[in-house]
Ligand binder design. Structure first.
Ligand SMILES: *[C@@H]1O[C@H](CO)[C@@H](O)[C@H](O)[C@H]1NC(C)=O
Ligand SMILES: *[C@@H]1O[C@H](CO)[C@@H](O)[C@H](O)[C@H]1NC(C)=O
Ligand SMILES: *[C@@H]1O[C@H](CO)[C@@H](O)[C@H](O)[C@H]1NC(C)=O
Ligand SMILES: *[C@@H]1O[C@H](CO)[C@@H](O)[C@H](O)[C@H]1NC(C)=O
Length: 509
């Protein structure tokens, strides 16, 4: 028998196609970065405006020696789908009514993607796509390339949704419209007893919503067809859910996170998500200097993510709650929903003046990872986006949860019920994206003060326990990403699996 030829990593070409929203793109770029460091060719496919957000990261990665990392652009079909110019990502929609046009645009991406695939050299060996971009799955299939999904969530959420789909418990005994959102659904087949209010389930399980059903079916199909799934999580975080998810789907599941920990360089961390100029960089340094002036674990950090959909009245109430804590805080406003109105009521109230020196209200992009890494931070009030949640977890900061949309309620359960590293602020009401009006004030300032005390107060058993757990979990998160850690190993296994597929394909085995 002759010696079999073996493929080399540099002969592999991974193509990554992220969904157009910051919470999806940034972690996918981190994955691209990790792969490129393994001596593979990696190409990220995205649109020009989305590329602006990630160029700095890619450039700095290339500068530090990852020559295999590439960016390939395609045009977003704005006009064809009835979207205004410049509207290439979900967070850039000037009105949430346009989300249906956005979905329409997503369906039109097949052609442009195929055209790129025809020219890719070497031909792709693996496509990592976001299932919310079903045309990417179709293209992978058409070109016969193994597809791996990545949607930026966790095993807990994937298992819950899988079990709902297969059991259809959410379709049983649906109350009349008026009362249905409060109904309790128990998700079957989970390691813990997990209850959801009907309104907290993923949008796809709302059987009365005006949602595009065709889109949902395509997304589920894109998920099912995949050879495997990459998760921005780590084995130690949710091992029971991971094990069960593998069992029920029979899928290869690669936990490779928290991916943002791979980006060690400070400069790059602060630039993540946007190109910042030197003014902004100076601003960022000011924030950190401000933090330097506070004792350890004394500052409350409040940020509701890039989309920040908390309605102005509620946001204002939370601001007043922060004032009432008499503790130092950072409140990040960002672009977000009804921001002009927010500015107006903020000014009328005079909060910013009153808390001057102690409360920092930030309107631009913040270097979140750097802030969370600062010793002065004592709690993180978060909307529970998975990305932000992981950033909090890997810095060992106790979390205070304020979810608003479906997937954020899942993450809240991971934080509060599964990992027990945070406290619920009690935002029991959910809303549908684009239907923020009428939310009102669900959480009063007194409640915020009370909950903050639960995690911040010194020498009290409950808060000590939470802090201790958060710290331990952070150690595990960091270990997972170190050499020999579980996430690093899973990344290697992924590459080996794809290599084996390719070898079988070209008859080397
Ligand atoms: C909703 O629930 C309330 C209280 O349980 C009940 O009185 C009311 O009749 C219900 N409404 C409908 C339309 O079923
Ligand atoms: C389902 O969606 C509709 C329309 O978007 C909304 O009015 C309703 O409250 C939702 N139902 C639940 C249970 O969340
Ligand atoms: C996560 O989101 C935060 C803020 O929304 C951002 O600062 C950060 O760069 C994101 N990180 C990743 C890994 O996407
Ligand atoms: C990921 O790593 C863990 C720990 O090393 C291992 O048990 C598991 O099998 C790996 N997963 C895959 C899909 O190879």
């Amino acid at each position: 028998m002759t010696q079999q030829k073996k493929l080399e990593t540099h002969q592999l070409h991974f193509v990554l196609i992220p969904f157009m929203a910051p919470g999806h793109i940034l972690p996918m770029v981190d994955i691209a970065t990790l792969l490129a460091r393994q001596n593979l060719k990696v190409t990220i496919l995205t649109t020009p405006l989305n590329a602006v957000r990630i160029r700095a990261t890619i450039k700095s990665e290339i500068r530090s020696g990852s020559t295999g990392l590439h960016l390939q652009l395609f045009k977003f079909p704005n006009a064809e789908a009835g979207l205004p110019d410049g509207c290439e990502s979900f967070d850039a929609l000037p009105s949430t009514d346009l989300r249906f046009n956005f979905m329409k645009a997503l369906f039109m991406l097949q052609k442009p993607l195929e055209q790129i695939f025809e020219k890719l050299n070497p031909a792709p060996t693996c496509v990592i796509y976001d299932p919310y971009l079903p045309s990417a799955a179709s293209v992978a299939k058409k070109f016969g390339v193994p597809g791996i999904t990545f949607d930026g969530t966790n095993c807990f959420r994937m298992l819950c949704d899988h079990n709902l789909r297969s059991s259809k418990v959410h379709e049983e005994d649906v109350a009349s419209d008026e009362n249905s959102s409060e109904q309790i659904i128990i998700v079957p087949g989970l390691p813990h007893k997990v209850e959801f209010k009907r309104s907290h389930l993923h949008l796809f399980f709302n059987i009365t919503t005006k949602l595009n059903v065709e889109y949902r079916e395509k997304v589920w199909e894109a998920e099912e067809e995949a050879y495997g799934v990459i998760v921005n999580s780590f084995e130690e975080l949710e091992s029971e859910y991971l094990k069960e998810y593998k069992k029920v789907t029979g899928k290869k599941v690669y936990c490779v996170g928290p991916v943002s920990l791979s980006i060690k360089d400070n400069m790059d961390k602060s630039q993540r998500g946007n190109n910042i100029d030197s003014n902004e960089e100076q601003q960022h340094n000011e924030y950190l200097k401000w933090l330097d002036s506070w004792p350890e674990r004394s500052v409350i950090y409040v940020c509701f993510g890039t989309l920040n959909c908390v309605p102005p009245e509620q946001l204002m109430e939370l601001g007043l709650g922060l004032e009432a804590t008499k503790r130092p805080f950072i409140l990040v406003l960002r672009g977000g929903y009804k921001r002009d109105e927010m500015e107006k009521i903020l000014k009328e109230d005079g909060l910013e003046e009153r808390v001057k020196g102690r409360g920092l209200i930030i309107r631009g992009w913040v270097p979140q990872v750097l802030i969370l890494s600062h010793a002065a931070i004592g709690a993180f009030l978060t909307h529970c986006g998975w990305n932000s949640t992981l950033e909090g977890i890997s810095r060992g900061v106790p979390l205070v949860t304020f979810p608003m949309f479906s997937d954020q309620f899942y993450n809240e359960k991971v934080i509060v019920d599964v990992m027990k590293i945070g406290v619920r602020l009690g935002a029991e009401s959910s809303m549908n994206y684009g239907e923020e009006d009428g939310y009102g004030v669900k959480v009063k300032r007194e409640k915020l003060k009370e909950v903050i005390e639960k995690v911040m107060v010194e020498e009290e058993e409950e808060s000590e326990t939470i802090r201790e757990r958060a710290k331990k979990l952070a150690e595990k998160a960091n270990k997972a990403m170190e050499k020999g850690g579980s996430s690093r190993l899973n990344m290697s296994v992924l590459i080996e699996d794809i290599m084996m597929q390719k070898q079988q394909d070209i008859g080397l085995n």
